[in-house]
Write a protein that binds this ligand. Sequence first.
Ligand code: UDP
Ligand code: MG
Length: 335
Amino acid sequence: MDSDSPTEPFVSVVIPLYNEGSHVSALLSDLKTALEETGCQFDVILVDDGSRDDTWERIKAEARTLSNLRAVRLSRNFGKELALCAGLERARGDAVIVMDGDGQHPPSLLPVMIEKWRSSGIDIVQAVKAKRGRESLASKLGALFFYVILNKLSGFELKGASDFKLMNRKAADTWLAMRERNVFFRGMTAWMGFNTLQIPFEVAARRGGKSGWSYFKRWKLAFIGITTFSSLPLHLVTFVGVIFFIFAVGLGIQTLYLKLAGRAFTGFATVILLELIIGSLLMISLGIIGEYLARIYEEVKGRPRYIVTESIDLAEGKTRLLPSGNGGARPANHD
Ligand code: UDP
Ligand code: MG
């Protein structure tokens, strides 16, 4: 199935899977068709992100027939970003393609991406959403709001960006050298600033199952995205504090003057209003500082990014049980 030509590049495809058991085999057969068309050698690295369905059993069954399939199973649901880390750390290809496993990222685009990479020698080929697939209005508005904020805060244009991209070895290695625990894949890729070629694609409908992203997970990723990419919210706290101080000095002088003139304010309305405004502002400011503190806390703990319980490696041709916790190890090939 692999091309025998030594000049053909080797491509690794990394796919995180969370409860995608119903369509793993359809996904792999589409991938195989698309990749064989390119004539490249390839392997597929599936990361089972602690699925609760039969995803891992399906992967094991597929591995019996597909020799260039590698897979790892994480000990629990670590979230897509960390599942991606697990896959990227195992990808050995000259180019690494990252895509979703729910059919929303069409495998038919892979030959186009590989062709663009080979003909232009570009570092990253990024598929951008020409049209977002069927999504609820709340989800669309949420994404728009998040990208507008992130764009204003960090200066990176991520609207339409997806986690469907090809990275050459240089870009993949550079990405892997970033050892943070709070991972935001598309933001970090944009941050690297390598030459990027964009190709539009239409988000297909999910093949089956349902989105593994709860509102809570989306919020968490949004907070990680904003706090890891900009310290502006912290400066904003200082800025609002200064504005309020100026306001306080003015109001203080006026109040004192009125008091001395015997015309002091009566009633509690003003006091209550001020208390409420200042109280809320203090809480919000503490919350903002807390978000940054949480990020620092997670980083300094230095725990592994994910924990692998089982893996399937084509080199060994069998499933093996791994000692837990290698997600924090530095890649061996960096020195
Ligand atoms: N995914 C994952 N872990 C999670 C949630 C999702 O590995 O906690 C995978 C999922 O199996 C899919 C990809 O990430 O391959 C995109 O997820 P999903 O389709 O649920 O996200 P959406 O398309 O709704 O943004
Ligand atoms: Mg999806």
